[in-house]
Design a protein around this ligand. Structure first.
Ligand SMILES: [Zn+2]
Length: 58
């Protein structure tokens, strides 16, 4: 089983997708991407909640 996330799933106009078998590692990838690609050095709680809900398990 692994966790997947796509920026488009939270309404971003962005083709970024990430996956990892470890949810915390996936979140780290998302944080890094949010900072580098979207200039979000800090993810606020509302956005983090959206991200958590958008993460799918496959
Ligand atoms: Zn993105």
């Amino acid at each position: 089983m692994k966790y997947t996330f796509a920026c488009a799933d939270i309404g971003m106009n962005c083709g970024f997708k990430a996956e990892d078998s470890d949810k915390n590692k996936l979140l780290e990838k998302i944080r890094k991407h949010a900072k580098e690609a979207h200039g979000m050095s800090n993810i606020d709680n509302a956005t983090l909640e959206k991200i958590q809900k958008a993460i799918k398990t496959v």
